[in-house]
Design a binder for this molecule. Structure first.
Ligand SMILES: [Zn+2]
Ligand SMILES: [Zn+2]
Length: 197
């Protein structure tokens, strides 16, 4: 098993942010690395770099740790499409790079079978060790050869909207201040989504 110090410093930074080392985190790391040649941007001090992520799994934490694209700054846009696809948009250059993860089919088959056994509770200690080994190998491969795992291309993209300060109103039921753009109409009053459910 790899010890943390075997990983590059910037991957260790991702792992510290995320809380553990996993192949998912390495996918996000590799997406950034594989795109950086085309992107040539080191990070996002402000909002000039935007990342559109099409999943909300471990990988997104690497994007946040490496690039400083975060929900709070509004330069991390989440699309709930269940895909390991990352689009990086450089506002200064008006340039977008799309990185789509290509999982090797051999990796998918082996881990799929082992995962099934582990989930079913029928995995032996050997199976579990094997699974961990495969995960470590895959993590290392992603880190050392990121471009091998991604289809990278420059795409045309309209500039994503900036984070906006939206007016708020108290919800007619709970009284909590709520962004008007997120409220639901009920009769003559406006209520929050929590109360609408
Ligand atoms: Zn993880
Ligand atoms: Zn409410």
């Amino acid at each position: 098993m790899n010890s943390m110090t075997n990983y590059p410093d910037d991957f260790q930074k991702c792992a510290t942010f995320h809380g553990h080392v996993c192949p998912g985190l390495a996918i996000g790391y590799a997406a950034v690395k594989a795109s950086s040649g085309l992107l040539k941007s080191s990070g996002s001090e402000d909002e000039e770099l935007v990342c559109i992520v099409e999943n909300n799994s471990c990988s997104v934490d690497a994007v946040q740790a490496l690039l400083g694209c975060t929900f709070g700054k509004g330069n991390l846009i989440f699309r709930d499409w269940g895909k390991q696809v990352f689009t990086f948009y450089d506002r200064e250059k008006g340039k977008a790079v799309r990185a789509s993860f290509r999982q090797p089919s051999s990796e998918r088959e082996i881990t799929h079978n082992l995962r099934k056994k582990i989930e079913a509770g029928s995995a032996t200690d050997d199976d579990k060790r094997k699974m961990q080994e495969l995960r470590d190998e895959f993590t290392s491969a992603l880190i050392s050869e990121p471009t091998k795992f991604f289809d990278i291309k420059e795409i045309a993209l309209d500039p994503p909207a900036y984070a906006q300060i939206v007016e708020t109103l108290p919800c007619a039921i709970c009284g909590e201040q709520t962004m008007i753009s997120r409220m639901v109409k009920k009769g003559d009053s406006m209520i929050c989504k929590g109360c609408a459910q």
